[in-house]
Write a new protein. Structure first.
Length: 524
């Protein structure tokens, strides 16, 4: 699903209204607003108001077209039997001058309905408390730039003080949809209905906390209009993941689901490799072989029941892989479908030389993570040359070691830095964070909406590596494997947090909840 900024959303809206795309008739703004209001009303009934006749709704409408959407909602919900009260932020005597033309037209359409309208120009005109079952925020839409002014800041404070669920239309008032930043005050929505396409700021903190649960509402903008803009920013959806998971034919055997070779581990860090192997198996890989220093093989055999182990020559007394392991590694890789390199390898110089030598010789898709990435800190030239399909999964510090710069904070700049790195290394790059972003060499960006702060714990990234490599082994494309892996990794964390709490989450919990995450997605 395409992900948009404030300016891009405005351009798409205008193109639909003006009929700017050849072959697509113009959609008058009143028709588009009517379509939006109907779709929003149906969503509200589905999510909040199961029986409109038994519910009361307070709708706070601003002067612009976002307020107009609220007025259309008021008409539909009232027609369906709800008790609706509108609070309109204009003086009644000057409403015809202050409201946008489309909003004024929809205010007129409320004349013969049961909707109660209060014109509010001062917060003193508000009741001490609202007796409504639901509050709808239609004060300011996603096109507003800068902090709210006039009566709006006081209304934000007032609405946030009510003990009533709030649903924001298109965007919580006070939230910057380009950055996720908030003004001095912002509507703390329980639910946000984003019109036409998801908005960037709803997935970056602190905006994500204020947007609550987000849902994108189709308002009737033709897909051809959206496609004409060539938007490269995307939101990962459960529907995409369900469609792109590797198939599971009923007549399969273990070889059908691939053979993964995991090059992992060093003294004191066997847990990272074990977590990645367990995650790969839980994600459906047919066979997982763990290549590790021979001095640690017994430890891996104890930790792992379902994976095979391959002890490899190690640096004496260091518990780290030696250059002498290269031949055995290449022999095993030739029998494998995919590889993962990095979890727990350590920063031994000889191990790093081994990894740099190995990357130019691998012929199967590979996930390069953690110390596998750190091996290239002083020389990234090999990554810039010809190599097998690679997926690089750095956190911010590892990204800096690869590129020389920390990734920027704003979405636009961060996305551009990721695009440049993906082209430079001719690889898929997954940048871990809140939110995780994925870039491919073609310039596409994918934002992952799942995950929580409980996943900021040792080993979480190793689980992610194992899941992605597992999907690679099962013959998903590198991009499919990365997108599906990121989404399911985060969803596993969300399911775990809902039961265990974020504070108590550990990496192993992500593996335990992965089956439930897979089931949930496959039902999408």
């Amino acid at each position: 699903m395409k992900l948009v900024s404030r300016d891009l959303m405005r351009q798409v809206d205008n193109a639909a209204i003006d009929g700017a795309v050849k072959g697509i008739p113009a959609i008058p703004i009143l028709d588009l607003m009517e379509s939006a209001g109907l779709a929003l009303s149906e969503a509200l009934v589905e999510d909040f108001i199961e029986s409109p006749a038994n519910n009361s709704v307070a709708i706070f409408c601003g002067k612009g077209n976002n307020g107009g959407d609220g007025l259309v909602i008021a008409r539909y919900l009232s027609d369906w039997g709800a008790s609706v009260t509108v609070y309109l932020t204009v003086d009644k005597k000057s409403a015809d001058k202050e409201l946008s033309p489309a909003s004024l037209a929809n205010l007129t359409r409320l004349t013969d309905t049961n909707v109660t309208i209060h014109y509010i120009t001062d917060s003193a005109q508000l009741p001490e408390s609202l007796s409504s079952d639901l509050i709808i925020d239609a004060l300011l839409g996603s096109g507003v730039i800068g902090a709210p002014r006039g009566i709006i800041p006081n209304l934000i404070t007032y609405l946030n003080s009510q003990d009533t669920p709030i649903c924001a239309i298109d965007n919580p008032t006070g939230l910057d949809i380009d950055t996720g930043a908030i003004a001095e005050n912002c509507i703390n929505a329980d639910f946000t209905y984003s019109l036409a396409m998801p908005k960037i700021g709803h997935y970056f903190f602190p905006g994500k906390n204020y947007a609550g649960i987000t849902r994108t509402i189709d308002i009737g903008i033709p897909v051809t209009v959206v496609a004409s803009f060539g938007i490269n920013e995307n939101l990962i959806t459960p529907e995409y993941v369900a469609e792109n998971l590797p198939p599971r034919p009923p007549d399969a055997h273990k070889g059908t689901f691939g053979r993964l070779f995991a090059l992992v581990g060093s003294k004191g860090m066997t847990g990272a490799g074990a977590l990645s192997a367990k995650a790969a198996l839980r994600a459906g890989a047919g066979v997982v072989t763990v290549g590790c220093p021979d001095t640690l093989e017994q430890i891996f055999e104890i930790k792992l029941d379902e994976a095979m182990t391959l002890g490899l020559p190690s640096v004496a007394k260091r518990g780290a892989l030696s250059m002498r392991a290269l031949g055995d590694i290449l022999t095993t890789l030739n029998k494998s479908t995919s590889a993962l390199i990095g979890p727990g390898l350590g920063r031994n110089r000889e191990t790093e030389r081994l990894i740099r030598k190995l990357i130019g010789k691998i012929k199967i898709p590979c996930v390069l993570d953690a110390d596998g990435l750190n091996a290239f800190e002083t020389d990234t030239s090999i990554l810039k040359g010809n190599h097998a399909p690679l997926i690089l999964t750095p956190h911010e510090g590892e990204f800096k070691r690869l590129t020389g710069k920390l990734p920027p904070k704003t979405f636009a700049e961060r996305a551009q830095a990721l695009r440049s790195a993906a082209r430079e290394f001719n690889s898929i790059i997954l940048l871990k964070g809140g939110p995780t972003l994925i870039a491919d060499p073609s310039g596409n960006i994918y934002l992952n909406p799942t995950g929580n702060s409980g996943m900021a714990t040792g080993g979480s990234g190793d689980v992610l590596t194992g899941i992605i490599a597992s999907f690679l082994a099962q013959c998903a494309s590198p991009l499919q494997a990365t997108i599906c892996g990121a989404y399911l990794h985060g969803l596993s964390g969300d399911l775990a947090a809902s039961e265990l709490g974020e504070r108590s989450l550990i990496a192993g919990d992500l593996i335990e909840f992965l089956p439930a995450a897979l089931d949930l997605v496959e039902e999408a």
